[in-house]
Design a protein around this ligand. Structure first.
Ligand code: HEC
Length: 194
């Protein structure tokens, strides 16, 4: 073997070793830690109709493209937490006339031959029950499907804002986190100064 080949092989071997050690340590930490590695920031509290909707959801094969209530495919759109973004009416109208609600072309929902075209053709009562189910998939503060940013300070969000927010916006829009932190830190100092 030439010297260059040995070095190359050595480097590849080292990378493989690091990957294996990394994988094993991560799995070990995951199993031995009492905190979940990724906090779960969505929840659901189904009413009778919501539960019935969940049943229809499973029978109607939505899981082949979606994820909800912690199961389904990770390949498509996750529905967990969406109920904090939209209401029953929105979901019903989306399921019935997706492109009208999106105001744009959809990929799978819509008219045949799209793969999820069968959804709009489900009985109206089923669509309504599905909409109730979807509206009960709630998100907690800080989840990607929530309008509320995570509690407390985040150097990551600060850095992102510094990097991406145009100066023009700073005067026009209010950082929705400011109320929370000023109230906590400086008491009611800025109350009244609008
Ligand atoms: C063949 C794949 C597929 C199937 C089956 C499917 N969906 Fe979808 N779904 C999508 C895709 C892709 C989108 C994004 C919109 C689009 O382009 O069609 C979407 C979007 C959605 C949205 C809107 C999400 C948002 O943020 O606006 C809801 C709600 C939804 N689907 C519910 C359902 C329900 C309920 C079923 C079963 C009755 C179902 N879907 C079956 C692929 C699918």
């Amino acid at each position: 073997m030439k010297k260059g080949e040995k070095i190359l092989l050595g480097v590849i071997g080292l990378l493989v070793l690091i990957t294996i050690i990394g994988g094993i340590s991560m799995e070990w930490v995951r199993q031995h830690s009492d905190k979940p590695m990724f906090p779960i920031l969505t929840h659901y509290d189904f009413s009778g109709d919501g539960l019935q909707g969940f049943r229809i959801y499973r029978q109607s094969n939505c899981n082949s493209c979606h994820r909800a209530v912690g199961s389904g495919t990770s390949m498509g759109v996750s529905l967990d937490g969406l109920g904090s973004k939209h209401d029953v009416n929105y979901f019903y109208n989306f399921l019935k006339e997706p492109e009208k609600i999106y105001g744009a072309k959809t990929i799978d929902h819509g008219t045949p031959p799209k793969d999820a075209a069968y959804v709009s053709a489900l009985p109206d009562a089923d669509l309504h029950t599905l909409a109730i189910f979807l509206s009960q998939l709630k998100s907690d503060q800080g989840s990607s499907s929530s309008f509320e940013p995570p509690k407390g300070e985040s150097s990551f969000i600060d850095a992102m804002l510094d990097m991406w927010v145009p100066d023009l916006w700073r005067g026009q829009y209010k950082d929705i986190r400011i109320k929370e932190t000023t109230n906590e830190k400086e008491g009611k100092q800025d109350a009244g100064s609008k």
